[in-house]
Write a protein that binds this ligand. Structure first.
Ligand code: HEC
Length: 171
């Protein structure tokens, strides 16, 4: 009987100890912050390969809808309040103030964030800035969309590959 009581007490003590066991201390390793990958730099649209470009352009179409770009810029050549994005990538755009600018990533970005900085000739300042309403990633996506529209329907004919000039033969 004594033995049984002893055993009972021991069990109770052990169980109690277990219950009071302190939660394991957080080791420095576990406490160290989750290694967040530093925000990956966004790719430059001009140097995207075709597969990457098309993937981004797909996102761009969603942004186009979500951010209501479609209300003023049509993707099928129908004239709306804003200029058509078809065929402008890589071209020179005439501005209302007489300047000519290359339509590249920087210009498209500026047009979205600060539309009044460069007004496309023939248009007015109807576009409001999307500053604070569109992420850098979404701008890249829309820019990729512009690049895929580079050869709009009218210019889609394949360009013949001209072999490089061989130069003057030594003899
Ligand atoms: C309320 C109508 C309106 C909406 C919505 C709108 N735009 Fe515009 N956008 C314009 C007008 C008008 C111009 C021409 C005047 C100017 O340059 O600001 C323009 C110009 C541009 C240009 C310069 C194009 C060129 O060929 O010079 C880009 C790029 C552009 N918009 C992108 C966008 C994107 C991307 C969105 C959606 C996030 C958007 N716009 C939403 C009206 C709009």
């Amino acid at each position: 009987m004594r033995y049984a009581v002893f055993l009972f007490l021991t069990c109770t003590i052990v169980a109690g100890c277990e219950r009071e066991a302190p939660t394991p201390a957080v080791t420095p390793a576990a406490a160290s912050p989750v290694k967040e990958s530093p925000a990956a730099p966004l790719p430059a649209v001009a140097s995207m390969d075709e597969a990457t470009l098309n993937a981004w352009a797909q996102k761009g179409k969603q942004v186009w809808q979500a951010k209501t770009c479609f209300m003023c810029h049509s993707l099928n050549g129908v004239p709306l309040a804003g200029p058509s994005p078809i065929g402008v990538w890589g071209s020179k755009q005439k501005l209302a103030d007489g300047r000519e600018v290359l339509v590249d990533e920087a210009y498209i970005r500026e047009s979205i964030l600060d539309p009044a900085a460069a007004i496309t000739a023939g248009y007015t300042t109807q576009m409001v800035s999307f500053q604070g309403q569109i992420t850098d990633e979404q701008i890249v996506a829309v820019t990729a969309l512009f690049r895929t529209l580079k050869d709009g329907p009218a210019k889609a004919a394949p360009v013949p590959v001209v072999p490089p000039a061989t130069g003057v033969s030594p003899r």
